[in-house]
Write a protein of this length. Structure first.
Lengths: 409, 244
């Protein structure tokens, strides 16, 4: 199929041709960026939390006013919860990945370092590793005697009494690699707060920070601090996946029975916590899918509309071509080639626009760089869409009888 | 060159059956110039569309250049049409978006010919009709007579065995019509086989032979050569334009 006469013909209908080219370019630029953003969101939703996602439930309760002996009462609660059939472990933990509270701190590698090297999530509470299902890959867990009470730690901090503060820590693998790349982390030290020194005694694989930042989402530490219900994100209970609903109900009933005056704030599975956390991402992905569908549909209708108009306008011309020897397939190819050329021009323009939009998004919304692979994928999509959209009108054109050429003008 | 035997064409709708051609027979020899005349609705155009392989016929037999065309599929007919027939239409039927040179090249595109060969043939055909100076002009920039000359060049570019002209001067004023007619006669003198459909007796009189159609049947055939009597001894190979 000779391209030059098609280009010559298109150049005689510049405005209509340019409108389609711009429509394709716009669709290409927006669709490639939108698909990339959707993929980013979906990848984010698939992030590994480090905890046993399908085995955890949370029951969060609160006292009305201050409760004396909170730590002792917590031990009573935990002992009762452990009696529920199917419960494997129970812990009071200050925060959870994806949950709505977070405790963070800055780490310095030297005592006189001015700025923090990195920010981390601080997890505390007893029995965290076994309850959350974390995987210890080096060192050891905290021994029961190494835990300090939350109240005592707060008092020590206020009085700057370093002796009453914890000095050992368990870190995630990602954090260890960030602080001491390529080196074993066990025995290494860092500083937090007002120069409090910590020594690494264990390394776990993963544990996400509650707010899941785009960089350093896995920078977390465990501290040997005992907490009560007031400082906790609730009782975290581990059980078999199929037992979660039953255990949750039983746990609420048990805690209410022990102290009916407590207020039940939340009771949910960890999967529900995770699901709720990514609600906005899902909504955004849904909106973007809608935008993509609308754009592609509009573009397809635009192409089909213009092609239909051109077929109608050129019916006689098509008849003449047929009379001069064009086969049906030649007519079909003519319109397909014409569409391919328009789509190619649109894609070329759209590539520049897609990169431009991505650069703008990178500057204003901290979106990562658009991987180059999205451009050929987008191009193929738009080419196929164009060919599909033009197929109906092109087939109609191919059916024009050669006798049309004989009709009076 | 062309032989139709008892060719009939019936158009059928749910309620009506129209006999456009009834047992029509005609033999046109190589190098002949035949005018087909008849009143409106007599079947002239139907004859031309069948002769030009633009549509099939209902009954009968049609041999084009010794090839029986009955039962050919659309692709075979398209190919034969492209290689053996040149069309000259009353309304010129040039493609308005293409310039003169591109218009003449149109039928050559369907022969899988190289660009250079297409260009050579188109330029020769335009030279032949005296429009070499108008290659880059668009149809709208030409007079009616010039447009019909471009259409003739387009018909000649493929080196056809048969030239079919449908009222070639019907849309032209007298002076332009004379020029176009002289060109057709000149092409005939060079050896082309031409069948011209016309309702104009004066134009028909310039052909070697007239076939008159009424109600789809050939009613009168004048066999008397009126023009260029020595032509029958020549062959179509004498046409000076290149052949594929």
């Amino acid at each position: 199929m000779a391209i030059r006469p098609i280009i010559a013909s298109l150049s005689r209908h510049r405005i209509a041709a340019l409108l389609i080219v711009f429509e394709i370019a716009l669709a290409f630029a927006i669709v490639s960026n939108a698909v990339f953003l959707i993929r980013e969101r979906l990848q984010r939703m698939d992030i590994v939390s480090g905890v046993a996602d399908h085995q955890l439930v949370q029951v969060q309760m609160a006292y009305i006013g201050n409760e004396p002996d909170a730590e002792a009462r917590a031990q009573v609660d935990i002992a009762a919860l452990r009696q529920i059939p199917g419960v494997r472990d129970v812990a009071l933990i200050n925060q959870l990945p994806f949950a709505d509270r977070s405790s963070n701190g800055g780490i310095k590698l030297g005592p006189r370092q001015r700025w923090n090297t990195v920010h981390v999530a601080e997890y505390f509470g007893q029995n965290i590793i076994s309850t959350l299902g974390l995987r210890l890959i080096a060192g050891r867990k905290f021994s029961p005697g190494e835990y300090l009470g939350f109240g005592a730690v707060v008092r020590a901090l206020h009085s700057d009494n370093q002796k009453e503060l914890p000095h050992i820590v368990i870190v995630t693998e990602a954090l260890a690699e960030r602080l001491w790349p390529g080196q074993p982390a066990l025995g290494k030290t860092f500083y937090m707060g007002n120069g409090i020194q910590f020594r690494v005694i264990g390394v776990i694989t993963n544990l996400l920070r509650p707010e899941v930042p785009s960089i350093g989402a896995d920078y977390s530490i465990l501290l040997p601090i005992r907490i009560s219900l007031q400082q906790a994100a609730g009782y975290i209970i581990r059980c078999a996946p199929q037992d979660r609903e039953r255990v949750l109900k039983a746990a609420v009933a048990t805690l209410k029975r022990i102290d009916p005056n407590r207020v039940l704030l939340k009771h949910r599975t960890f999967e529900q916590i995770r699901h709720a956390y990514f609600q906005n991402d899902r909504a955004m992905a849904g909106i973007l899918v809608g935008v993509i569908a609308a754009l592609l549909l509009t573009t397809a209708f635009g192409i089909a509309g213009l092609a239909s108009f051109w077929v109608q306008q050129r019916t006689r011309q098509i008849g003449v071509r047929r009379a001069l020897g064009a086969r049906r397939v030649d007519i079909l190819r003519y319109f397909q080639t014409e569409n391919f050329l328009l789509a190619t021009a649109g894609i070329a323009l759209g590539c520049a626009a897609a990169i431009g939009i991505n650069v703008w998004l990178m500057a204003h919304y901290a979106v990562p760089r658009l991987p180059i692979i999205y451009l050929p994928i987008g191009a193929v999509t738009l080419w196929l869409l164009g060919q599909l959209a033009v197929l109906g009108p092109a087939l109609r054109a191919a059916r024009v009888a050669p006798t049309t050429a004989m009709r009076a003008a | 060159m062309l032989e139709m035997r008892e060719v009939s064409k019936v158009y059928r709708t749910e309620t009506v059956e129209t006999h456009a051609l009834r047992g029509f027979s005609l033999k046109v020899d190589e190098g002949e110039f035949v005018a087909v005349t008849g009143p409106s609705g007599s079947g002239k155009t139907t004859f031309l569309t069948i002769a030009g392989l633009l549509e099939d016929f209902t009954r009968g037999e049609y041999l084009l250049d010794h090839v029986n065309v009955h039962g050919m599929n659309d692709n075979q007919r398209s190919r034969l049409r492209n290689e053996k027939i040149g069309f000259v239409f009353q309304a010129f039927n040039l493609i308005p978006d293409l310039n003169v040179l591109d218009n003449v090249e149109v039928p050559l595109h369907y022969r899988h010919m190289s660009g250079g060969e297409r260009r050579k043939r188109a330029l020769a055909a335009l030279e032949r009709v005296g429009l070499s100076a108008r290659l880059k002009h668009y149809p709208a920039e030409l007079s009616g007579g010039q447009q019909q000359r471009v259409a003739i060049a387009r018909a000649l570019a493929g080196g056809p065995r048969l030239l079919l002209a449908d009222e070639p001067t019907g849309n032209l004023d007298t002076a332009m019509a004379r020029g176009v007619m002289e060109l057709i006669e000149e092409i005939h003198r060079e050896g082309a086989t031409i069948i011209m459909v016309t309702h104009d007796p004066e134009l028909a009189a310039r052909a070697q032979r007239n076939v008159h159609i009424v109600d789809g049947m050939a009613t009168g055939v004048s066999e008397e050569p009126r023009f260029h009597p020595g032509l029958r001894e020549r062959t179509a190979g004498d046409v000076s334009l290149p052949r594929s």
